[in-house]
Design a protein around this ligand. Sequence first.
Ligand SMILES: NC(=O)c1ccc[n+]([C@@H]2O[C@H](COP(=O)([O-])OP(=O)(O)OC[C@H]3O[C@@H](n4cnc5c(N)ncnc54)[C@H](OP(=O)(O)O)[C@@H]3O)[C@@H](O)[C@H]2O)c1
Length: 290
Amino acid sequence: MGEYRSVNYKAELVGVLGDPVAENPTGVMQEAAFRAVGLNWRYLTIQVKPEDLEDAIRGVRAFGMRGINLTIPHKVAVMQYLDEIAPDAQMIGAVNTVRRVGDHLIGENTDGKGFLRGLQVDAGFDPTGKRVVILGAGGAARAVSTELVLAGAAELIIVNRTPLRGEQMVADLRHRTGGTVSLLPWTGTYVVPPDVDLLVNATSIGLYPDVDAMPDVDLSQARADLLVSDVVFNPPETRLLHAARERGLRTLDGLSMLVYQGVIAFELWTGRDAPEQVMKDALKEALGVA
Ligand SMILES: NC(=O)c1ccc[n+]([C@@H]2O[C@H](COP(=O)([O-])OP(=O)(O)OC[C@H]3O[C@@H](n4cnc5c(N)ncnc54)[C@H](OP(=O)(O)O)[C@@H]3O)[C@@H](O)[C@H]2O)c1
């Protein structure tokens, strides 16, 4: 007669919906984190076409999934299928993380918060009262800009190639956050002035395979303690960060934002502290960086 043993083979499910999604490395770091803290959770990387998103969210509900990440092209479209949107995700106008509370699906945005946490933890930079230049006016730029205003940055200057997109982002930011935000059209080389404390490349310039591309900026007038950061994480050392380092400027790479958006999602889903170092190491290994 064997002893009675209580078993539970049912894993808790989270994951990411995107299209394309196969090269998304978030699952590697989340699964490493679940193993490290002994949670029987699984992170599924699922390709979902735009026209199937509504059904996919029904699936999230039907499977009782604990949460989900959204990536291109679902971050805006998903909002209509959720029960609640967190205030900062509402301000950003996009959701990259959903958590389930009871039978409610709540939309969050951890991209900008992840950037902010990396800024503080990895670069020791406090945005309070600082003047910031953001290159770009897409989803990443909106998330980063919103959280910087909420964190107390004094002034944001958005530099964007397409004027209309830039104008819309600046109008939304001013209206939703009440922050001091202005727009500079990006024509020719943008010379970073000496009164700027933080420069963020929030465009996709330099993203693999276009690794030789660099935002058209001139760092020669920048102050000596300017922090230059990049949301592009593949490769982690973009040409912009390389150029900044060569000038002796401080830098913060896109891996930092990627790790911390995952750390914050882990915390939202599990209610536990995330094993940050485990997640960083897993991500670096997955991306083949030492
Ligand atoms: N590290 C992380 O955790 C993280 C998280 C989210 C996103 N990202 C990265 O962030 C980057 C941007 O993503 P997104 O979702 O914001 O993309 P998006 O919504 O498509 O926006 C892209 C932005 O880049 C600008 N841009 C692209 N090519 C340009 C060029 N040659 N010259 C000038 N401007 C150019 C676009 O300007 P126009 O308006 O003129 O087209 C637009 O403002 C991607 O590389 C993505 O991988 C990283």
